[in-house]
Structure formats: C-alpha cells, structure tokens
Write a new protein. Structure first.
Length: 103
C-alpha cells in the first residue's frame, strides 16, 4: 500500500490541473541503484496491462509489478526542505538508506 499525505495530494492535483492531465493516473516507478538504494520517478501516464492500481486519497496511482514490491508501505509527502524549496519525498522502509522521521 502507498500512502499520500494531504500536502502531496494537493500538489499532485495542482500539477495535474496545470499540466492538463486531469483524469490520468499517477505513475510511480522505483528501481534499485548499484548501491542498493532506491531511485524514484513519477509522472502522469496511461494504465498498462500489467500495472498494479493503488487508490490513495482519490488519486489513482499505478505502478509496474516490479516497482510494486519496492514501494510497499511507502508514504509520499510534499515538504519544504529549505526556505521556499518544496519537493516530494518518499518515506520508504524498503530502502536500506531509509531513516524513520523522529516524532
């Protein structure tokens, strides 16, 4: 299961509206790098035959079968990393470099 925070959902919807891609699914891809960390990609796309569909906060997410296992239990957030600089982050317990946020 993939979770999308309210901040990420709002930004995804805004991006779809600005890019005139409303109604398209959000494809999230994950692949292992040489150092075993996970590289992520995302964008709006059409569904393919073998895609796994994950509904999250009324956004339809699609992932390939190979990405699905790498993305299991991932949370996607949209945060301000530096003043005025926002970006999507992937909180993925499957990534060997993952450190859980402190509460």
């Amino acid at each position: 299961m993939i979770t999308i925070t309210p901040a990420a959902a709002a930004q995804i919807k805004l991006s779809a509206e600005q890019g005139k891609t409303e109604g398209m699914s959000l494809r999230i891809a994950a692949s292992l790098d040489d150092d075993k960390s996970i590289h992520y990609g995302m964008g709006f796309d059409d569904n393919k035959e073998d895609d796994v569909t994950v509904p999250a906060d009324d956004i339809e997410i699609i992932v390939s079968v190979t990405s699905a296992e790498l993305l299991k239990n991932t949370t996607i957030d949209f945060v301000e990393l530096e003043p005025g600089k926002f970006q999507f982050i992937f909180l993925n317990p499957n990534d060997p470099n993952y450190k859980a946020p402190s509460e």
